[in-house]
Design a protein around this ligand. Structure first.
Ligand SMILES: NC(=O)c1ccc[n+]([C@@H]2O[C@H](COP(=O)([O-])OP(=O)(O)OC[C@H]3O[C@@H](n4cnc5c(N)ncnc54)[C@H](OP(=O)(O)O)[C@@H]3O)[C@@H](O)[C@H]2O)c1
Length: 349
């Protein structure tokens, strides 16, 4: 296991989250950026510094050539595409490249048995490890699991992302979660359930961590329609379409709701959500005693970007990027936040 040299890392896509991961990798002395994968043709050939907003050129140019990236023999890949691909994951893992993902992966539980088997076999072949995290799911679940450590008895861990998502410029993600669609669209609730199923993976991970054997998962959601038009620039939320999505993936043992992971999301100016927004991740552990905290992501004094959404992107990227050393050191296979030692940030001094 390499410990005496910087870990060789590739960055997979540079969207909202990927470019924050790239920025962090370039700045780390324990990691060496060796490659960048670009999905968009306009990014191919562009220096990583330009993609990440780094002041000096890195000499590493983005490419769409996966064979060339694999040939670099990186230790790890920070994987942040909009839509994850099992074929891509298998290609990376069987080449011995450890994968740290923000893209719809916590345990792999939502994959088909065939795809999960392909991933496991790729890890065996390559001696590699796959891990998924983010802000929510990810850090929010970790805080819930840690808080449960203060309880003699845990009845339920409930995590709610309670935020206005209007400045999260990923139209693909937002429409997949129901926003801007007719609330009466047949099958909309099922589509949101399936698009957000990674939250169910994170609920199952928390249940496993507290020793509960779930016998079923359920999903419930309430859509709130906009009372006026909103134009967010990257997408529109017309009056009468979905502007509020409040729902939970719940894990059960008999009639006990043991774990709940969900969201109270709004977009646009013309919506009143069913519960007031708390502008953060509301982490509740019900039991003996009840524990509660709200994780807020706030600007430091030296934050110069207009708006704060970039902070949320860093908050999402870093639980994944900061995990690279622990994931490289982990045994081959699928590892979760419940398996790894605490993932910390790096001192700036
Ligand atoms: N756990 C969490 O807390 C959390 C929170 C937010 C998002 N996420 C997940 O993190 C991932 C990245 O989110 P994001 O906001 O950064 O996404 P994004 O900016 O919308 O897209 C990420 C990148 O994916 C590539 N891409 C675009 N369209 C694609 C397509 N049709 N097929 C394949 N790739 C495509 C592009 O790569 P290029 O840059 O190379 O062109 C794009 O920059 C998503 O899977 C998202 O669901 C997790």
């Amino acid at each position: 296991m390499p410990t005496d040299r910087p870990l060789r890392v590739i960055q997979w896509t540079t969207g909202n989250i990927g470019r924050r991961s790239l920025h962090a990798i370039i700045g780390r002395d324990d990691m060496e950026l060796v490659g960048v994968y670009a999905h968009g043709a306009d990014k191919v050939g562009v220096d990583a510094a330009d993609l990440a907003g780094w002041p000096e050129p890195t000499g590493v140019k983005a490419t769409a050539d996966v064979d060339a990236l694999v040939a670099l023999q990186p230790d790890a890949c920070c994987y942040n595409p909009l839509w994850p691909s099992v074929d891509e994951l298998v290609r990376l893992l069987e080449a011995g490249i450890n994968v740290c993902s923000s893209a719809a992966w916590i345990t792999g539980g939502k994959q088909t048995p065939e795809d999960l088997d392909r991933i496991r076999r790729a890890c065996e072949t390559g001696g590699s490890t796959i891990f998924g995290s983010g802000a929510h799911p990810g850090m929010s679940n970790l805080v819930g699991m840690v808080l449960s450590g203060a309880c003699e008895r845990v009845d339920e861990i409930r995590i709610t992302e309670s935020v206005d998502c209007s400045t999260y410029e990923s139209a693909g993600t937002q429409t997949a979660m129901g926003f801007s669609q007719d609330p009466n669209t047949p099958g909309l609730a099922e589509s949101v359930r399936s698009e957000s199923e990674v939250f169910a993976e994170s609920a199952a991970m928390m249940a496993d961590a507290i020793g509960a054997r779930l016998d079923r998962m359920t999903f419930d959601v309430t859509f709130t329609a906009a009372t006026g038009d909103s134009d967010l620039g990257f997408m529109k939320i017309p009056a009468g379409t979905v502007a509020g999505v409040h729902g939970y993936h719940r894990g059960w043992v008999g009639d006990h709701n043991i774990v709940s992971v969900g969201f109270n999301w709004t977009m646009g100016e013309h919506v009143t959500p069913p519960k007031p927004l708390e502008h953060g991740h509301v982490v509740q552990v019900f039991g003996l005693p009840n524990m509660r905290t709200v994780v807020h992501c706030l600007p430091p004094k030296d934050w110069t970007e207009p708006g704060f959404m970039g902070l949320g992107m860093i908050y999402t990227a870093m639980p994944v990027t900061n995990a690279v050393p622990a994931v490289v050191a982990a045994p081959p296979g699928i590892v979760t936040l419940a398996d790894l030692p605490p993932i910390t940030g790096r001192s700036a001094v």
